[in-house]
Write a protein that binds this ligand. Structure first.
Ligand code: EPU
Length: 429
């Protein structure tokens, strides 16, 4: 069993390099199924969700060549399996994109209901509505989603009931090789949606409007190979910005697109953090105590739900009472009980968390309930007095490349330890 052990109370200083965006990578990898030539993908984050998707693609018949930890070449010309391996697929949410990709290329997909972090029910009805608008029939049976079309997908008009990242990307993927024009209205505008469109267009697709709330996909007959470099991870960058804000210190967060960070930068400035933007970097400096603020999560360009746990960890140490409203998920506050074990004073009522800032958190044993909850526990542990151990760190490793190494470079005292019952030993990091 692996854990993180943090001796808290040290400010963070130095420079951190941000990896490629997880939520772009996990859509682009399944989308390579549409492409008959070789796709070379650079700035790929070395995280377990990405490695799992590469494994799934290889099991389906793709040629996958890892040129380096951050570069992969994938050729799906000879893919021969339209049924995704269920035990692997069930572990991640992004496997839903396999449905759109297989349906788009072969007119048939059988994929286990996708898994992922638990924040309440996470339906895929909007994805299905999109596939049906393009002429597919979709049924759910024995834990599988089975989508098919007799004569290929045709263009369709889809008005999403909910602004959904996954539905927007999945419909884009499925529509790429359809006949005719697909219009997706009320779609999500996250940077990774633009990145997926850029990837597909680089391979020969005709997608316009990504980054606005209406996307148009003119179907093409075939995609050839090409190159794509994944954008920097907005949430990984935001997590390091939040970490410095909680611990104090001065860190240059490199390889970011500052525009993508605006929603996070604005909040941290309200909390008294000094932020300086450069072309591809952001300096974060916190010398004075943090101030309270209110946060409501909403689709991009609003404050991201994937930064909500990290900002709550910061606010638990801010002067005054802060109100956080979760606008995307029904149940994304399970980590609050863990923060309260560390001395935070937070009350949750439905989608609202009221945080009374405390002067100090105290280290103790906590667990990561999911990926971003784990990031929040790390931030709290770095800022706390004493020793924090974090269990279930496999969630964190789904989405943060080398988080222990990067934090140690900034001066944190954090280690990944493997517990061999009953004794424990330190792993090299
Ligand atoms: N929803 C529906 N029906 C659908 C699709 C979504 O009701 O068909 C609801 C969801 O239940 C949720 C809301 O709509 O309440 C938004 O969900 P969305 O589809 O936007 O989320 P997702 O595509 O499942 C992606 C990220 C999440 C991130 C959300 C929101 C990936 C693999 N996951 O999930 O990332 O929270 O968008 O930005 O891209 C994370 O990285 O930690 C993470 C959870």
């Amino acid at each position: 069993m692996n854990k993180y052990v943090i001796h808290g109370g040290r400010p963070l200083n130095g420079t951190v390099n941000i990896s490629g965006a997880k939520n772009a990578a996990v859509a682009i990898l399944p989308a390579t199924i549409l492409v008959k030539g070789t796709c070379r993908i650079e700035n790929l984050p070395d995280i377990s969700d990405v490695n799992l998707l590469l494994e799934i693609l290889a099991m389906m018949g793709a040629e996958v060549r890892r040129v380096s930890p951050s570069i992969v070449e994938i050729n799906c010309a000879h893919i021969n399996n339209m049924v995704a391996p269920s035990d692997l697929v069930r572990r991640i949410r992004a496997s839903s994109y396999l449905i759109g990709a297989l349906l788009g290329r072969f007119g048939y997909a059988k994929v286990s209901m996708p898994g992922g972090c638990y924040f309440g029910v996470r339906p895929i009805d909007q994805h299905i509505k999109g596939f049906e608008a393009m002429g597919a029939t979709v049924e759910q049976s024995a834990g599988y989603v089975i989508a098919k079309t007799e004569n290929g997908l045709h263009g369709g008009h889809v008005y999403l009931d909910i602004v959904s990242v996954g539905a927007t990307m999945n419909i884009m993927i499925a529509a790429t090789l359809s006949s005719g024009m697909t219009v997706i209205e009320n779609c999500a505008r996250e940077p990774h949606i633009v990145d997926l469109a850029n990837f597909l267009n680089a391979m020969g697709a005709q997608i316009s409007g990504a980054g606005t709330n209406i996307i148009k996909v003119r179907g093409v007959q075939q995609l050839g190979g090409g190159y794509h470099t994944i954008i920097p991870d907005q949430i990984e960058a935001g997590t390091y910005m939040a970490a410095v804000s909680a611990t104090g210190g001065n860190v240059l967060v490199q390889n970011v697109i500052p525009k993508h960070m605006d929603c996070i930068t604005a909040k941290l400035r309200e909390m008294g953090v000094t932020i300086t933007e450069y072309d591809e970097a952001i300096r974060v400096e916190r010398t004075a105590p943090l101030r309270k603020t209110n946060v409501k999560t909403s689709p991009y360009p609003g404050f991201p739900t994937d930064m909500q746990p990290q900002i709550v960890a910061c606010l638990s140490l801010a002067q005054g009472t802060s109100i956080v409203t979760e606008g995307i998920y029904d149940n994304r506050y399970r980590f609050v009980a863990e923060l309260c074990r560390m001395g935070a004073a937070i009350q949750v009522d439905g989608k609202v968390a009221v945080t009374e800032g405390v002067a100090q958190l105290r280290g103790c044993d906590v667990r990561a309930f999911d990926l971003r909850a784990g990031a929040a526990m790390i931030i709290a542990g770095l800022a706390a007095d004493g020793v924090t151990t974090i269990d279930d760190i496999h969630f964190v490793e789904r989405g943060y490349e080398n988080i222990v190494g990067k934090l140690r470079e900034l001066g944190a005292d954090i280690a990944r330890v493997t517990i061999h019952d009953p004794a424990e030993s330190e792993e090299a990091v």
